[in-house]
Ligand binder design. Sequence first.
Ligand code: NAD
Ligand code: ZN
Length: 346
Amino acid sequence: MKAVVFHGPGEKSWEQVNDPKLERTEDAIVRITTSTICGTDLHILKGDVPEVRPGTVLGHEAVGIVEEVGGSVTNLQRGDRVLLPAITADGRCDFCRVGMYSHCRHGGWLFGHRIDGLQAQYARAPYADTSLYKVPDELTDEQVLFLADILPTAFECGVLNGQVKPGDTVAIVGAGPIGLAAVLLSRLFSPALIVAIDLDESRLERARQFGADLTLQSTGDGEGVKARLMELTDGGVDVAMEAVGVPATFELCTELVKPGGRVANLGVHGSAASLHLEHLWAHNITITTRLVDTITIPQLLKLIQAKRFDPTRFATHHFRLDEALAAYDVFARAGETGALKVVLTQ
Ligand SMILES: NC(=O)c1ccc[n+]([C@@H]2O[C@H](COP(=O)([O-])OP(=O)(O)OC[C@H]3O[C@@H](n4cnc5c(N)ncnc54)[C@H](O)[C@@H]3O)[C@@H](O)[C@H]2O)c1
Ligand SMILES: [Zn+2]
């Protein structure tokens, strides 16, 4: 088969590799029909995720058709169309039993990280019964594809951890695919005001399309944004979501919440951020962090079936899977190309 293979920082290729085979009785082999690229794949290519070994197939979000199942798989059979999410769950360990699939003792983030991923013609999916989700016939691959990562990330790490409530004021810092998904999914809880903050005006335009009531262009340190938000909200927001992953935006979020507020961190951080406890100790704030568990996939799937939101709005570009390298180029130059998510089909 062919796949996108990581060859160390800055190096990837679309090349011939061995077909995946069943290795354990809980595995399934899936023929990938639709896949996509994540900002995290770009981080891997920059060398920010050193545990990814050269030779690993990239990708952790896909939909496909089950080709073959191992002897102990009971929920799936050949021909089933399934969602392959970023997180694999054995369904049995102590973390899985409390819904924390991201920390599964035998699973977690495996695809395109610890094992071969999903930007490929075929993939081996471990713990298939408890990790894959059958796709309802009436939904297209593209309608469910973003359930693999961005939608549950925004929902679990942002909206649920931030405890968005009717009437709340919500600030979302970073309007990339994850921040935009947080805008879209916060609206399910009827906040009174959603403010999106980004450096890039074209991302803010998207945020308005996705349902932000107000957008503020930041210059980086967020000082102007902070002054404007304080004015608008009488001293701070109820919920601030960090959807960038740099110290400045985390620190900004802690300054944007009013006493009693919640800071929900979504961003993946590579360096230390300051926490000003000398100001915050008396403010009754809550700070949450989380790696996406993807445990809300069934819930979000029902909302998509009920047409409560349209997930295909994230798909700005379409390519064939064998054009994956061109798709990477478009995705990596999102500032020029306007890319949010690129869809790869075969
Ligand atoms: N917690 C999890 O499980 C999880 C899962 C997936 C992704 N993530 C992380 O979520 C974050 C967002 O992902 P994404 O794909 O939307 O990223 P992205 O890079 O596409 O978008 C980030 C946005 O932040 C904006 N930005 C950058 N610096 C800024 C600043 N100083 N102030 C305001 N805006 C700024 C950029 O213009 C961009 O629009 C990343 O850190 C990603 O790694 C976390
Ligand atoms: Zn587990």
